[in-house]
Design a protein around this ligand. Structure first.
Ligand SMILES: Cc1cc2nc3c(=O)[nH]c(=O)nc-3n(C[C@H](O)[C@H](O)[C@H](O)COP(=O)(O)OP(=O)(O)OC[C@H]3O[C@@H](n4cnc5c(N)ncnc54)[C@H](O)[C@@H]3O)c2cc1C
Length: 395
């Protein structure tokens, strides 16, 4: 990087740091931003969170790289990375991060019409409209192209009927980006990508309770739902191309380094004690903690290298699957270590006899099982990496 560029980056870092110092409400320090993302209306109504959301929306830093006219800040990837790092440094979080910013927004920027972008992107950029993802069906998970939700052309509108499942946040969402079947004769070639207003008549979202205790999942039923013609993204029967791009954005985001990277060492010292050399007393546990922390740091460095390579024109797309698997493995291992450190305190799932923080850790561990399932399972990502990165033939 040229000297001038380094100096500019440093200047931007100082500006970001000063802005965060002035605007991030300290009461939200260390709060897991994920709780505001979709399923927790009560949390979203928290006035401190709303203040933080409004401030970030005003400066456009929820989606820093998006054009200003769509609610972004017109910044480059490097500046966006610096904002992320500075938030992480003070244990802040992006209050705008959502399915809209991670998945639909970038997809609309590439495939949406100008009218679709103007209608939806600003409300994603200030997090006033929430989105859910209507892809999976009871008979279509890894084999997503087997989906059957029917979409019929009624001349002046589409008519949608069928069932989706595992739709996160569907009961709280304002809109759904949905894959539907417009032609039953072609598998991938008969799929279209539709934007559906969740308040439309004929939609029912039934929550499903998870092992982690949260209910962010739903089954969604579409009973002859009328959808305006202009809500299709891309051409009829071309939805698979749009969906594949969206899934790349999803996996890319799922492999982003987040607050999980904070150290477990202080907790380990507290729980298992310190040896005469000042190290965590249990050597086996110490090694595993160090290995996890090193994998985490190495992963972050690799992501940084790939970001630079992408800027230089080397495609990231083929590596997203491997990244998703790597990060979900590291994050799962970390939640396991956390619960192991808690010992008997890590057995609590509910009830007052266990501290809230310990129960959260246990639930986070249970929830982490999902990391290698959502956004495409571990095995399926390996298949993709084998084919696209290594050039191996189909299994
Ligand atoms: C927390 C969570 C949130 C989710 N949110 C959403 C959402 O908002 N919207 C949405 O549409 N979906 C969502 N999903 C669904 C998710 O995308 C699917 O669960 C996932 O794609 C796997 O599909 P499936 O559950 O039908 O499993 P299956 O496809 O039935 O897979 C079962 C097992 O078989 C293996 N397998 C399948 N095919 C192959 C193959 N070809 N080669 C090797 N192994 C294979 C899988 O790896 C897996 O271990 C969510 C899932 C979770 C866990």
């Amino acid at each position: 990087m040229a000297e001038v560029e380094v100096a500019e980056r440093e200047e931007f870092r100082q500006q970001a740091r000063a802005w965060l110092k002035e605007n991030f409400p300290v009461e939200l320090t260390g709060v897991d931003g994920l709780i505001y993302q979709g399923n927790a209306n009560t949390a979203a109504e928290d006035p401190t969170y709303q203040l933080w959301r409004e401030r970030v929306a005003t400066i456009g830093w929820g989606v820093p790289t998006w054009p200003r006219r769509f609610g972004g800040a017109d910044l480059d990837q490097e500046q966006a990375r610096i904002i992320g790092e500075e938030m992480l440094r003070i244990r802040a979080f992006n209050p705008i991060r959502s399915y809209g910013t991670m998945m639909l927004g970038p997809t609309l920027l590439e495939y949406g019409t100008e009218a679709q972008k103007l209608q939806h992107l600003p409300a994603i950029a200030d997090h006033t409209k929430r989105w859910c993802q209507g892809f999976s069906e009871p008979g279509a998970g890894s084999d997503l192209a087997a989906l059957e939700t029917k979409c019929v052309d009624m001349g002046d509108h589409w008519l949608v009927s069928g069932q989706k499942i595992w739709t996160s946040g569907a009961d709280q969402a304002d809109w759904c980006f949905c894959l539907v079947r417009t032609d039953s004769r072609a598998k991938q070639g008969g799929i279209s990508f539709l934007l559906i207003d969740m308040k439309s008549q004929g939609i029912e979202a039934r929550p499903i309770v998870l092992i982690s205790g949260s209910t962010h999942f739903c089954e969604v039923f579409f009973n002859d739902v009328k959808v305006p013609k202009e809500n299709m993204v891309g051409a009829v029967n071309q939805g698979w191309t749009v969906a594949k791009r969206l899934l790349q954005f999803e996996r890319d985001n799922l492999s982003v380094v987040r607050n999980e990277a904070t150290s477990l060492a202080p907790l380990a010292h507290e729980k298992v004690g310190t040896d005469p050399d000042g190290r965590i007393a249990d050597p086996d546990l110490r090694q595993r903690l160090i290995r996890n922390a090193m994998r985490s740091v190495a992963y972050a460095a690799m992501v940084q290298r790939l970001t630079v390579e992408t800027k230089a024109g080397v495609g990231l797309a083929t590596r997203v699957s491997s990244l998703k698997n790597l990060w979900s493995g590291i994050a799962q291992e970390r939640t396991e270590l956390h619960v192991e450190l808690l010992g008997a305190d890590g057995l609590g799932w509910g009830g007052d006899e266990y501290a809230q923080a310990d129960r959260n850790a246990t639930r986070a561990w249970l929830h982490s099982r999902a990391f290698s399932i959502y956004g495409g399972t571990y095995e399926v990502q390996n298949n993709i990496a084998a084919k696209r990165s290594l050039g191996l033939p189909d299994a």
